[in-house]
Design a protein around this ligand. Sequence first.
Ligand code: XMP
Ligand code: MG
Length: 179
Amino acid sequence: MSLIKVHDREFVPFISEATIQHKIKDLAEQISKDYQGKRPLFVAILNGSFIFASDLFKQLEIEAEICFIKLASYKGTKSTGHVVTAIGLDTDITDRHVVILEDIIDTGKTLYEFLPQITNQRPASVRIAVLLHKPEATKYQFPIDYTCFTIPNKFVLGYGLDYDGLGRNIREIYQLHES
Ligand code: XMP
Ligand code: MG
């Protein structure tokens, strides 16, 4: 077992590079079938999804577009509550087939609060594709159309995901080692 240390924590290998790449190829084939002739617009959520989005997009065999957005969440007023804003959503998504790409769904709060901003613009359709889903942690429910890996409720890093800024460039996915 090859432990790695990132900041103050130890992590153990969890999903290999080959397994990730295999799964992404399958997902790209599925999406290519589902969106043939529809010229989908992929909306990838930064920072965590940048490697997932890149690897998936390269494998698509159809005409497709991609844009990258960043979600900033902050506390609004008492009446607006918690607010999630999208930075960089400058492509017109009206009547487009949108596929949101996210690295991980944990509680689901981020996407749950962001989704109305997509649906309000009347896209032709919206689907969500995620690399990782932690169903045990998910409190906000919405349909997740494509999931690469369903994982237990443990912190992971690598393949775009970070622990306090580090670990995004690790080619496999590692899991927090609890000793
Ligand atoms: P929610 O709870 O809104 O959270 O679904 C989604 C965001 O939380 C971060 N997150 C993680 N990041 N390893 C990470 O590196 C994890 O295990 C993890 N769990 C949640 C991530 O930024 C995601 O977009
Ligand atoms: Mg993220």
